[in-house]
Design a protein around this ligand. Sequence first.
Ligand code: AMP
Ligand code: MG
Length: 405
Amino acid sequence: MLAGLAPLAAEMVPLDQALGRVLAEPLESLLTLPPWDNSAMDGFAVRSADVVGATGDHPVRLKVVGESAAGRPTTVEVTPGTAIRILTGAALPDGADTVIPVEDTDAPMGAAALPESVGIEASRPPGAHVRRVGSDLREGYPLLAAGTQMSPAAMAVAAAGGHADLAVHRMPRIAVLATGDELAPAGASLAPGQIPDSNSVGLGAQGRESGADVQSLGISPDNLAAVVDRLRVGLAWADVVVVSGGVSVGAHDVVKDALDAVGQVDLWRVAVQPGKPLAFGRARAEGRPGQVLMFGLPGNPVSSFVTFELFVRPVVRRLAGHVDLIGRDSVRATLTEPVSKSPARRAFLRVRLERGADGGWIASLAGGQDSHVLSALAAANGLAIVSEDDDSLPAGAQVEVIRLR
Ligand code: AMP
Ligand code: MG
C-alpha cells in the first residue's frame, strides 16, 4: 500500500493555520533571539567590579543614572560608580556586565519613581542574570526539521523565529462512502430493518484525527451502479477513498466489483482479526492528474475501525509527510485474563490498559470481542496484538498493546 507513495506537494499556509500540519521543508530561524544581552531579573545593571564584597552590612552605594525597560532601552552607559535600573527582558546597557536582583538591594520593589542611588547588598560575578544574545535562536540556524508535525511548541518557536507562513504538505483528502441497504444517517428515525450508519461518522473522525480533510459521499445501497457513481465523485476530489461494507462474499457485496470498475483491485483479504475482508486498489483520479488509493473496509464497525487504524492511517500519514507512519505508542502489558482468537490471523483485541500494583501495564478485555461490539471499542484505550501463531493466550501472558489515546 505504501509502495511508491510519496508525500503530497508543499503549500504555504499562514502560521495560525499550521497547527497539526507537517513541514515540507526544514525551517531556519530568520532571527537571533534574544536579539541582545538582556536581563533575566528586575534589578540594577552594574559593573561587577564595583560591587565586589558588597553585603547587607556593608552595602556598596551606586548612583542611579537611568532605566532600561522592556521595549524601552536606554542609551545611557553604566560608568564606574553608577547603576541603571533594569526590568526583565530589557537590554543590558553598555558598560554593565551583571544584574543585581532588586531583592539584593535597598531599593523598594516595584517603586515607580527612580531612586537617586541604590545600596547594593550582594555581589555577583560578570554575566549573572544576563540572558546572552542568541542563547535561544540564531539567524540562519535550523529551527525545525522537515517532517515535523506542528505542535503548539513548534508553532511558538516558528513565530519566535520570524515566520508568518510555513511550507507544509497539502492535507490528504479522504472521501468516505458507506454501503448497505440497511443504513440510515445517524440520528434519523429508523424504518423496520434499518440501523444507523455509524461507520461514516467513525471513519470520518479517524480520518480527521490522522490529519486528513474528510468529505462524506453519503450512503449507497448495495447496488453496483450506485456504488460506482459515488466512487466517481470521490475520484474527482480525494487522495484516498474509503468505502465501508459490501466487501465480503455475501450475495449483495458489490464493492470489490465497483473498485474494479473504476480502477483495479491490488489486494483482497488480510490475515487480521477483526477485518479479514479488506480490499485495496487504485484508480486514476477523475478530471485531474494523479491516482487515488481505494480501501474497501469491512462493514462491521469494529472491523472498519481496526482496519482504518492498521492500513489507512499509515497511508494518510505518508501522504501528509509524517516520518513516523504509525504515530502511536505501544507498550508491553500483562493480560489479566485468558484470551482466544481465530487461528492463523493476527488479532487486535480491544483492551483497557491500566497501571498494575507494581507499576507495570496490565490489559483487560474492554468488553465483547465480536466485530459488531462498538461499546467495547469505545471503552477500550488500546489494541492488544496476539500473534497469528497463537490460538489463545493464558492470563499473565505478555502482549504488545497499541495505545489508541
Ligand atoms: P457488510 O460488510 O456489508 O457485510 O456488513 C457487515 C455488518 O456490518 C452488517 O451487520 C452491517 O449491517 C454492518 N454495517 C455495515 N455498514 C455499516 C455502517 N456504515 N454502520 C454500521 N454498521 C454497518
Ligand atoms: Mg452490507
